[in-house]
Every structure is written in C-alpha cells, then in structure tokens.
Design a protein around this ligand. Structure first.
Ligand code: FDA
Length: 303
C-alpha cells in the first residue's frame, strides 16, 4: 500500500461528514428507498440487474434490527410493486447477529419468507471472519427449511473458503464469490494479491464443477478475464457478474453488451456514513481508489 493511502485512512475519521458524503456519493443510491428504486430502474433500463442493500450494520439494540428488517420488507414491496429486476442483499449484523442469534434467525427467516412470496432472491452478505460460521449455519438452516430463494457469499481472502465449498456442496449453493473486504490476520487469510486471486479462481472452478450458480463479484480485470474463460460455453442461467454501484460502469456495460448477466450492488439508506467509512477504513487500498475516483469527479481538471 502506498504512503498516500495510509495517510488517507488515518485521516478519515477527522474528515467532515459532508466531505465523506461527497467522496462516497457515487457508490450510494441515496438516503431513501425512492433513491434506490430510481437507481434500480435506471440500471434495468441499461440491461443490468441489481441487488439492493439497506445500509446499516452492527446494530446494538433489538429495535434497530427490527427497523432494518422493516426496511427490507418495504424494499421488497417496492421492488415487486414496480416489477424491478432486482434482489436484496442482507448483512446479518444488521439483523442482530452479534447481539442475539435467535432474533437474527427469526428476522432473517421472515425477510426470506416475504421475498419468497414475491419471487425475489435474498443474498446473505458475508462479513468479517467472526461471522462466517454463524452465517453459514443460518444459511444451511434456511435451505433445510426448504427455502430455495437464498444464497451465500464466499470470500477468496479466507483460507477456509475451499473447505467451506466442500461443506455446503450438498446444498448446491447459489454463491456470490468475492475477494472479501475485511482485513483479516495472516493466520486465517491470504495477504498477497496473487494468493487471493489464486484462491478466487480455484473456488470458482470448484463451484462451477458442482454446477452451482455463481455471482462473480469483482472489478479486478485479471479475475474478470479468468472468469470469462471459465464460463465460456455455459448458459446465461449458470452465472452472473456483479459489481458495486459507481465502479467500472463502462466495463459492466461491455459485459452486458457481450451477453452476460450483470448485477449491480445498490446500497441506500441514511446509514451511509458508517458504510462509507467502513469501506474506506477496512480496506486501505480501496480507500485510496475511492478517494481518488471521487476527487477526480469533484475537482475540475485544469486546461
Ligand atoms: P480490486 O480491489 O483489486 O479492484 C480492481 C480494480 O477495480 C481496481 O484496480 C480499480 O480499478 C477498480 N475499483 C475497485 N473498487 C473501486 C472503487 N471503489 N472505486 C473505483 N475503482 C474501483 N466483500 C465482502 O467481504 N462481503 C460481501 O458480501 C461482499 N459483497 C460484494 C458484492 C459485490 C457485488 C462486489 C462487487 C463486491 C463485494 N464485496 C464483498 C467486496 C469485495 O470483497 C472486494 O473487497 C471488492 O470488490 C474489491 O475487490 P475487487 O475484486 O473488485 O478487486
């Protein structure tokens, strides 16, 4: 990581909220469900799918978790009402994982049931490694209860990921595969770019071998290319590419034009500050890119 990136990360908590909001604006639909709805409709018009995330995580009180679940029910209602081509992404710490596992289980089950009734898929985001076991357990419970409209995320940064594929292979899971945004210690996680990329490709191969539907979630061109090689000849219903709102939009459009399914992660809500800071702080390399990308949009070029 470059010195400038470190400096940025250390300075971030001191940056005024308005500046953080400005820096992160391209990556967030806006504070309201209406903002998300408008963003998803625009993406759909470009032939892109979406997954909607209600911003917020690590709630401290049950009432906050219940409020997040209510927001998801409202989002499901809006997506179904407008017949938008979108699913939802849910963070379990926002539904109370970390304060009360049973509460989280019950709120998640209600959200997944509501989504199922509307024919909408639910992606359970993967958070830091302390959440991995509980997240996989709750996912397995839902599948054991007959829920098919639910999928999981695996992170190629973690050394355990290939073993996790083996453990859930019997479920033929629908998996979003990503590198993993959380900084994890070398005892459990690959640290270098090549090792993380290598594990990504190996995990993708293992999932495709199992006939799993895979959401290839990366902006890394090297990985996009390796993934394209691997999905060549597969039907559109076997995989999709996924990218974050505001990132590599032109590449996303190219993938759509080439006939691939492409889903954009659309976060919205008034908890944008925590989301923005977490992204910027927990992955310093991403922080540098976020800041540079945003500053380039804000500061007019000379000449
Ligand atoms: P990398 O970070 O190397 O980025 C590759 C290139 O993309 C960069 O060189 C740059 O050009 C461009 N780029 C990437 N991010 C950019 C940005 N913000 N602004 C400008 N340019 C940017 N993680 C997790 O732990 N749990 C999860 O559930 C999810 N969910 C998820 C969903 C989706 C749809 C995506 C795309 C990603 C996630 N992630 C995630 C995050 C993921 O783990 C990872 O941290 C980021 O995608 C960054 O890694 P890349 O593979 O994109 O490579």
């Amino acid at each position: 990581m470059r010195v400038a990136d470190w400096a940025l990360v250390r300075l971030l908590p001191a940056v005024p909220r308005a500046v953080v909001q400005l820096l992160s604006a391209p990556y967030i639909a806006g504070p309201t469900l209406e903002d998300a709805r408008r963003t998803v409709a625009a993406l759909n018009a470009e032939g892109k799918l979406a997954t909607v995330d209600v911003l917020g995580e690590k709630v401290r009180r049950p009432a906050e978790a219940e409020a997040v679940a209510s927001s998801y029910h409202a989002a499901l209602d809006a997506l179904a009402g407008d017949r938008l081509d979108a699913n939802i992404s849910v963070k379990l710490t926002a539904l109370g994982l970390g304060i009360d596992l049973d509460l989280c289980r019950s709120l998640l089950a209600t959200v997944v049931a509501d989504a199922a009734a509307r024919g909408i898929f639910v992606r359970i985001d993967m958070e830091h490694s302390a959440c991995t076991d509980d997240t996989l357990r709750l996912y397995r419970e839902l599948r054991a209860a007959g829920r098919e409209n639910v999928g999981i995320v695996l992170q190629s940064r973690l050394q355990r990921t290939l073993a996790d594929v083996g453990d859930i292979a019997d479920l033929r899971p629908n998996v979003r595969l990503c590198k993993g945004i959380y900084v994890e210690p070398p005892t459990i996680a690959y640290q270098g770019r090549d090792a993380i990329r290598g594990n990504f490709v190996q995990t993708l191969d293992a999932l495709l071998e199992l006939d799993c539907y895979v959401g290839v979630a990366t902006h890394d061109e090297w990985l996009v290319e390796r993934s394209l090689e691997r999905v060549e000849g597969l039907g559109r219903d076997c995989y999709e590419f996924q990218m974050l709102l505001g990132v590599r939009e032109r590449r996303a459009t190219e993938l759509v034009a080439a006939g691939h399914r492409l889903r954009v992660y659309v976060p919205y809500g008034d908890r944008w500050y925590e989301y923005s800071l977490r992204r910027l702080q927990e992955n310093p390399a991403l922080a540098g890119m976020l800041a540079k990308a945003a500053v380039l949009r804000v500061v007019p070029r000379r000449g």
